[in-house]
Design a protein around this ligand. Structure first.
Ligand code: GLN
Length: 271
């Protein structure tokens, strides 16, 4: 199976995951009996391996992705949530830990699969969240994931353009907007370029279109003690901080991800 995945990073781990998923086994089953016959699951595992070898990410083949310890269904309409996006959850928790029991209002611009808003609702048990996405398919995926995780009564998912039609005030605003410069998309890994929705990746000619569009909504919608956290691509923190400063937002800071890349720009309301 590992040889079927030649060229795939971390092929042994992904091969084990494919075998497990195809056979409906748990991790311990393969440890107890690594040579357990796969039976009819062998054909399915082979088909999954062929798709993986052709550049489709395992999360899309299996239709699921873990984020912040929660499990999300993943449709082709939504960005595959990345581990580095958990940096937003860490940053929000660090900044707002004293307010965890309050009934805070959150908004997630570009909600995608719902991973970020669900992770935040799991950490702030009295909070209410609004998720917005331009893509009706992504919004439907977010709604389904929030319902499956038991957050339907604390979350509202809207199809819309950033903050259009929304009224404040929000205590926490988060976004992982499209930030790849249009001309850079062709050079991304096949897994990203061919399988993440372009709407979730394409940040316009210089990569900053989404920030220029959404930051004024952040400035308008943030509550007096509210905070915002937006993900940025490698090397973009300074320019996004400048866009936020130009909108009058205050107390601007950045946070690095586990790879040491400045990944999140945060701040407070305009003074
Ligand atoms: N993280 C994605 C990448 O791998 C980009 C996602 C985004 O634009 N928000 O490039």
């Amino acid at each position: 199976m590992t040889t079927a995945l030649e060229g795939v990073a971390d092929a042994p781990r992904e091969a084990a995951l494919i075998l497990r998923a195809a056979a409906g086994l748990e991790a311990k089953d393969l440890i107890v009996d690594p040579d357990a016959p796969l039976g009819p699951a062998a054909g399915l595992a082979e088909r999954h391996a062929a798709r993986r070898a052709a550049g489709e990410p395992l999360s899309r083949i299996l239709g699921r992705r873990e984020f912040w310890g929660l499990s999300f269904a993943l449709s082709p309409d939504a960005l595959d949530p990345r581990p580095e996006t958990e940096t937003i959850v860490e940053a929000a928790l660090a900044a707002m830990s004293a307010r965890r029991a309050e009934s805070l209002r959150f908004v997630d611009f570009g909600v995608g699969s719902g991973a970020l808003i669900a992770a935040l609702l799991s950490e702030f048990p009295a909070a209410l969240g609004v998720g917005v996405d331009l893509s009706p398919g992504a919004a439907a995926q977010a709604r389904a994931n929030l319902a499956a995780l038991g957050f339907a009564d604390r979350a509202e998912i809207r199809v819309g353009d950033w903050g259009d039609g929304l009224e404040g005030a929000f205590d926490l605003i988060v976004a992982n907007p499209p930030y790849v410069a249009s001309g850079d998309i062709a050079g991304l890994a096949r897994e990203v370029r061919e399988h993440d929705p372009r709407l979730a990746l394409d940040g316009g000619p210089d990569g900053y279109d989404a920030y220029r569009a959404l930051i004024p909504h952040v400035a308008r919608l943030l509550a007096p003690r509210g905070r915002f956290f937006v993900e940025v691509g490698a090397g973009q923190a300074e320019a996004v901080t400048a866009i936020a400063a130009a909108a009058g937002l205050s107390d601007l800071a950045t946070r690095r991800d586990l790879a040491g890349i400045e990944r999140v720009v945060s701040g407070g309301r305009a003074l």
